[in-house]
Design a protein around this ligand. Structure first.
Ligand code: UDP
Length: 328
């Protein structure tokens, strides 16, 4: 019988791609999602349990029904800007939801846990590459809530033997090249889909948030990683736990940083269409530069990103953008 994995947020952007990767690797992904920001249509590779992480009995029922060998926890509010406007919502939903999930999992005897964390937990570090040992000082409520969950996992590990792999994502981009799932947020806040919207005339222009950062062209620098590469790392992380290799944190990035303006330039060469842009003020909570300096995932997990060039990420996102979307 195939092994089941409970995937919270399996109806969302990264979670739906993870379900595809899990199914391809022979697992059954059981999505647990409240469909608040995700899409029922994106759940294509295993069953959907509609439920909310703030409802612990619903999590317990899903764990009892499916007896998963592991939990992959993607479900979260994830917008830096919004987290600065409504921090209480981020702390409540992300942290309380995670406490319910982690506690229910250990109570059900499911002690393998893969967690989606973020480079936003590192905060500002003047022009250094960020590796897994970089001190974590988040400057926004999103990063703060994710760091709190990392600490919760450490506590449950010490007291209940929870085994966990934490992935700290850099900027996830692109889409399934086969077009089965893709990125579709309502409202959209991320750079690449907003840029593609502007190209298609779905919005008047892309606003560049801040042109006075201390970077060569004045715009923020990020490390972009393809969603298919990212979810491949999750399957490797799951195997790592199944092999009993213990708790570990891995950054998932490429070690290469691109400014907002550089992303726009790459897009011109991929789509052959100009991006209308306007320049605006900085967005609250944005760090100047977030670039992964770690090769740990490649060395220890054997992770080899194959699609994480800007050209491929933008091309895959562009193909999905033109052909795919979900409806409630
Ligand atoms: N950004 C921008 N205009 C937008 C959206 C994003 O200039 O309309 C910038 C943002 O300030 C950041 C980068 O693009 O420097 C990536 O932002 P995104 O929201 O995609 O991801 P984040 O880094 O917040 O996770």
């Amino acid at each position: 019988m195939s092994k089941k994995v409970l995937v919270t947020g399996g109806a969302g952007y990264i979670g739906s791609h993870a379900c595809k990767a899990l199914a391809r690797a022979g697992y059954v992904p059981v999505t647990f999602d409240n469909i608040s920001t995700g899409w029922e249509e994106a759940v294509k590779f295993g069953p959907l349990v509609k439920g909310d992480l703030l409802d612990k009995p619903a999590i317990e029922a899903a764990l009892a029904e499916h007896a998963p060998i592991a939990v992959m926890h993607f479900a979260a509010l994830s917008q830096v800007g919004e987290s600065m406007q409504v921090p209480g919502k981020y702390w409540r939903e992300n942290v309380l939801g995670a406490v319910n999930l982690v506690e229910a999992a250990v109570e059900a005897g499911c002690k393998n846990f893969v967690f989606s964390s973020t480079c936003a937990t590192y905060g500002e570090h003047d022009n250094v590459l960020l590796d897994e040992n970089t001190p974590q000082h988040p400057i926004n409520a999103y990063g703060g809530s994710k760091l709190a969950i990392e600490q919760i996992l450490a506590d449950f590990s010490a007291s209940h033997g929870l085994n966990h792999v934490i992935f700290r994502y850099f900027n996830v981009a692109g889409a399934d090249p086969e077009g089965e799932v893709g990125e579709f947020h309502q409202p959209e806040t991320h750079l690449i889909p907003l840029m593609l919207d502007a190209i298609e005339g779905k919005r008047p222009a892309l606003t560049i948030f801040g042109t006075d950062y201390p970077t060569p062209d004045g715009t923020c620098i990020r490390d972009y990683v393809h969603v298919m590469d990212l979810v491949d790392a999750h399957v490797l992380g799951l195997k790592w736990l199944e092999e009993g290799k213990g708790n570990r944190v891995f950054n998932l990035g490429t070690g290469k940083g691109f400014s907002v303006r550089e992303v726009v330039e790459h897009s011109n060469s991929v789509t052959n269409k100009p991006v209308p842009i306007t320049e605006g003020p900085r967005r609250a909570g944005d760090c100047t530069k977030l670039v992964s300096g770690s090769e740990r995932a490649e060395k220890e997990l054997g992770w080899t990103p194959t699609r994480s060039t800007l050209e491929t990420m933008i091309a895959d996102a562009w193909r999905w953008h033109q052909n795919g979307h979900y409806e409630k």
